[in-house]
Design a protein around this ligand. Sequence first.
Ligand code: SAM
Length: 270
Amino acid sequence: MNGRNTNKCSVHKAKKKFGQNFLVDEHIIADIISAICPQAEDMMVEIGPGLGALTRPLLKKLNHLHVVEIDRDIIARLESDYPQDNPKSKLTVHAGDALEFDLATLSAPLRIVGNLPYNISSPLLFHFAAYAERITDMHFMLQNEVVERMVAEPSTAAYGRLSVMLQYRFVMEKLLDVPPESFRPSPKVDSAIVRMIPLPASETLVNNEKLFAAVVRMAFGQRRKTLRNTLRGYLDEMDFEKLGINSQLRAENLAVADFIKVTNYLDEKL
Ligand code: SAM
């Protein structure tokens, strides 16, 4: 996007339904780009480029960038700035819903970045997690409260299903706090940048991923209840003894490794 766009950008009316809070703080933008550390040859995908706050500095560093955007008005801007029939265009625009975007259509290894629409951030994280083996890393702006849940330790209030389901696949680190004033319009919540790096496949030791997801969902379904209650029907007192897990604990007290242990035990037993 060149200088001509300043005018066009100023007339775009942010759409709430697409979670449009556009980054305007140049210092924060520079910090995010430096955390991502884009290298010319990277195969990078930006989710929700919007008015290009991250897209423009990324394009300065990269040979090529893929973006996925749902808003037709923004897609039209992008396609006018980067004609898609020009083989020299540095930007490929994928028009559509990122929740349905098949990352397997792009050559791995992939780097994924984005200031995500907060209304669909959890489903988006689960969507991308399914492609973990094709991904080098992901950097996302999210609601701070979601980032806190992602990186939470066991036995803390923020530790829950999201923590376990993502920590099982990724090493995650909160990098940066971002205040509401960094956006136009300002969101009502604080934001943060998180880095997610997939664990090597050899370290994700669950034999049955569907069962893992079911156990975690069930255990956290009623978080105040003990495992004895939430996992009743799956595990009896003898099973808990064999596993070396106290049935009086709650899901929030179990480490990710414990959930893996329970799942693999059940997978053999069922
Ligand atoms: N990257 C820009 C920035 O930092 O200023 C815009 C970020 S804004 C929070 C979220 C962007 O994601 C918007 O451009 C919005 O239109 C787009 N978006 C919302 N839902 C989407 C979806 N399901 N698939 C793809 N893009 C989506």
